[in-house]
Design a protein around this ligand. Structure first.
Ligand code: MEV
Length: 436
């Protein structure tokens, strides 16, 4: 059967599935039953999911776990995390408990400004463009009144618009560079609507200014930026070095030194920094996803921030001064707790309620803490036992499931591997032995 199709999006869901399974699968019956297995029996809920995107054929499940015992700015939280990687929630919970006994996490929002740009080409005299911008700026703001009205009621809106000359980077390239405050909304729709209106106003009013014409300005595009270095949050933990005493195999001072070395390596060495930051994002993405935010936007912005000094480096830093160990993270996070999926997805609503219905600033703090906790847990394992001990213990269940172990077998093998090293081969051998 041909592997191309026209008008696919207009087919019914069952016709879409029939085309897929008949075109791509040797056993179309099995494929169809796997797809249907994940449909929700609640039709209303299923149609909600069907309508999130185009061409939905089934639901893709991720586990939603919780990491309890987080103390952030004196308040207790149980943090929801949606993630497939087996060790992440366990590591977060362990780090939360460790810091619960040492005063918890401190977090603060440093800034909340978001950015959007209208990119355009202009080949004329730059002084004339500058004068036109000065002339039209009040109208750029007033023409967006109907878009900004509600946001202004909530304390947000457009903060400023600047004309930026980028012709040193690209011939004839200029921008309207705008900054926004979007309060509890992530604000993508609000920002993009404002920008598209700026573009229209900017292009369509040239006749009213000296001898400029609309064709002098070629709008290329209008879009928010996911680089938000002025939407920053900082999370921190600290304690006396002597209190870093949980691991009996290493003295607290030696642990603090090794931990600091690990952070310093990630600060200067990009190969290590990428993995170090990936570990941070294990925690961040899981909470971002559970709370219905856009993890791709967060990822893009965070990694750009990690490169802001010209080479990619660690997002966390650590120090020991006067016997005090300090470990902190500073990252840009443009998050929302209203709008988007937050009003739609029942599990997102549940996750936000679990967190005590935080506003966007509080969510920024919680998410940053989840990232810091994750990095603490990873560095603690890496600099002491090594990462595989914990990882393989968590991975054991995945291997057992892969070999269809029943509950009795699982119980016996989990017990067995409490005192044996978990490797894929060792687990397979143990299953086979048990089944003999
Ligand atoms: C694995 O998902 C994350 C780690 O590699 C992070 C790190 O190396 O710091 C353990």
């Amino acid at each position: 059967m041909a592997k191309y199709v026209s008008g696919f999006s207009k087919l019914s869901k069952s016709d879409k599935i029939n085309w897929i399974v008949n075109t791509y699968f040797s056993n179309s019956k099995d494929a169809k039953s796997i797809l249907k297995q994940y449909w929700n029996t609640n039709d209303k809920l299923q149609s909600l999911h069907d309508e999130f995107i185009e061409n939905t054929i089934t639901n893709y499940y991720l586990p939603l776990g919780v990491a309890p015992n987080f103390l952030i700015n004196g308040k207790h939280y149980t943090i929801p995390m949606a993630i497939e990687e087996s060790s992440v929630v366990a590591a977060a919970s362990k780090a939360a408990k460790f810091w619960l006994d040492r005063g918890g996490f401190k977090a603060e929002v440093i800034s909340t400004t978001k950015i959007g740009q209208v990119h355009f080409i202009y080949k004329g005299d730059v002084e004339q463009l500058k004068s036109y911008f000065k002339y039209i700026k009040p109208q750029l703001l007033s023409d967006t009144n109907s878009i900004t009205k509600n946001m202004e009621k909530r304390g947000g809106g457009i903060l400023d618009i600047e004309l930026i000359d980028k012709t040193d980077l690209l011939d004839n390239y200029y921008q309207l560079h705008a900054s926004f405050e979007t309060q509890d909304a992530m604000g993508a729709n609000f920002i993009n609507s404002c920008l598209e209106q700026f573009a229209k106003t900017f292009k369509n009013n040239t006749q009213s200014f000296e001898n400029l014409s609309p064709s002098d300005i070629e709008i290329v595009m209008s879009i928010l930026s996911n680089y938000v270095p002025n939407c920053l949050v900082r999370a921190e933990v600290s304690c006396k070095v002597s209190e870093l005493n949980e691991d009996k195999s290493i003295a607290p001072e030696a642990f603090a030194n090794k931990f600091l070395q690990a952070v310093k390596i990630a600060e200067v060495e990009p190969y290590r920094a990428v993995t170090h930051n990936k570990g941070i994002m294990n925690g961040i993405d899981a909470v971002v996803l559970a709370t219905g935010n856009d993890f791709r936007a967060i990822e893009a912005g965070v990694h750009a921030y990690a490169s802001r000094k010209g080479s990619y480096g660690s997002l966390t830093h650590a120090s020991v001064e006067d016997g005090i160990f300090k470990f902190w993270l500073e990252i840009p996070l443009a998050l929302g707790t209203v709008g988007g999926l937050t009003n739609l997805h029942p599990l997102v609503k549940l996750s936000l309620e679990l967190l005590g219905k935080p506003n966007a600033k509080e969510l920024m703090q919680i998410v940053a803490v989840a990232g810091l906790a994750q990095n603490f847990a990873a560095l603690r394992s890496l600099t002491t036992t090594g990462i595989q001990q914990g990882h393989m213990k968590m991975h054991l269940m995945n291997i057992l499931n892969q070999y269809n172990a029943n509950n009795e077998e699982k119980k016996a093998l989990v017990e067995h591997f409490k005192t044996h090293v978990v490797t894929h081969n060792a687990v397979v051998e143990a299953i086979e032995k048990l089944r003999q």
